[in-house]
Design a protein around this ligand. Structure first.
Ligand code: PLP
Length: 392
């Protein structure tokens, strides 16, 4: 074990099982280790570095802002945060934005908005939030309660009350659950990311949206992982033809700096009053300047390229030796290998390709701007590894 890894073990809380790789610098979708080894990055910091490492435009936007004002608090107005909110609303049709620092915080904001809205509209007993089994919504005690996977809950009881989980893609079960609780809102991922890159069926998402609309239940879409161009649409709900009341997002939005956003639609645009919610760092001008440079580039032509690259990857992997199934949308890709996913990821890393896992899948979340040649090279390596590992 290297000195850095020993110090990490000694001083960093043991929450992460890291790979034995020390990363020191990167450019685009290539990243270098301290041993001089170069890797093609298909993880982008778990879907964060949307335009890769040290992207020129992003770097310029961030460093320009860094030299002007790095932080002001929310006691004052700053341009990047207002401009970013305006652009998010223009591109989505949502009405207002609350900025925070992470996906979990964006979901916390969504949940607070839902509870306040429903209490005023229907009564304080309407506080229940429905989410899906196998979902992932974050690691705060409230977003853990929202997360529909028991194993995350076990060690941290009691969690925030009022969360109920219903099976994905089962509209009858959803309706039964929603009507048997005092349901304020539904929170769902259109594609479950941590749950194993599982796409919801369009009829299910549309059925949920209709039920919510008919019953004045807020439809809240968690776009933390799927958002900001990842699936080939600006936000994944746009692939499903539904209009959410609340959208939470983070990860790729800041392009590598911590930024979360909770987008509030018409019904909830005025739900918050001064003092109801807040964040010291939320809307930080440097993070927002970086996010503006990301969001401004996610136009139709760019998103079409994301879809093309995703289609290319899926076409090459589908039916290949050692690959049982391929899932996902755009550049959010799940590969179910015949060999254990962790083994495939480890061998890929040894051969210079960084991938992620999600449950039993190998998960790919490359930078949206990854050049085609690098993608082709990385997929060839993954194909070789899937085939060889399945034969062991
Ligand atoms: N929601 C979803 C769908 C996620 O995938 C994640 C993180 O993976 C989160 C929420 C939590 O985001 P964060 O780790 O930024 O708090």
């Amino acid at each position: 074990m290297s000195n850095l890894q020993q110090l990490d073990k000694q001083y960093i809380a043991g929450t992460y099982a890291r790979f034995p790789v020390e990363l020191v610098s990167g450019s685009g979708s290539l990243v270098q280790g301290s041993d001089g080894k170069s890797y093609i990055d298909l993880g982008s910091g778990i879907g964060v570095t949307a335009f890769g490492f040290a992207d020129e435009e992003w770097l310029k936007a961030v460093t320009r802002q860094l030299g002007q004002l790095q932080h002001t608090s929310n006691l004052y107005y700053t341009e990047p945060c207002v401009k970013l909110a305006e652009l998010l609303c223009q591109k989505t049709g949502m009405k207002k934005v609350f900025f925070c620092n992470s996906g979990a915080e964006a979901n916390e904001c969504a949940i607070k908005a839902a509870r306040k809205y429903a209490a005023a509209k229907k009564g304080p007993e309407y506080s229940d939030i429905l989410t899906l089994e196998n979902s992932f919504h974050g690691r705060t005690l409230t977003t853990l309660a929202a997360t529909g996977q028991d194993h995350y809950h076990e060690l941290f009881q009691p969690l925030t009350p009022g969360f109920f989980h219903t099976p994905a893609n089962d509209l009858a079960a959803f309706r039964a659950a929603a009507s048997s609780h005092k349901t304020a809102a539904v929170l769902l991922e259109c594609i479950q990311g941590e749950g194993g890159v599982i796409c919801m069926e369009p009829e299910f998402v549309r059925g949920v949206a209709e039920y919510c609309y008919e019953n004045d239940i807020l439809l809240m879409i968690d776009e933390v992982q799927t958002g900001n161009g990842r699936t080939g649409a600006l936000y994944s709900y746009m692939n499903f033809g539904v209009t959410p009341d609340v959208v939470s997002t983070a990860k790729g939005l800041g392009g590598g700096l911590p930024l979360g956003a909770c987008l509030l639609g018409e019904k909830v645009q005025d739900v918050f009053q001064p003092g109801d919610h807040g964040s010291t760092f939320g809307g930080n001008p440097v993070c927002c300047a970086g996010a503006l440079s990301v969001l401004e580039r996610l136009d139709d032509a760019f998103l079409a390229q994301v879809r093309e690259k995703g289609d290319y990857v899926r076409a090459r992997l589908q039916g290949a030796a050692g690959v049982k199934a391929v899932s996902g949308m755009g550049l959010m890709i799940g590969i179910l290998p015949e060999a254990p996913a962790a083994q495939v990821v480890r061998i890929c890393m040894e051969r210079g390709v960084l991938c992620l896992t999600a449950k039993d899948k190998v998960r790919l979340l490359p930078a949206l701007s990854i050049p085609m040649e690098l993608l082709e090279k990385a997929i060839s390596i993954i194909l070789d590894v899937c085939k060889e590992a399945s034969a062991c």
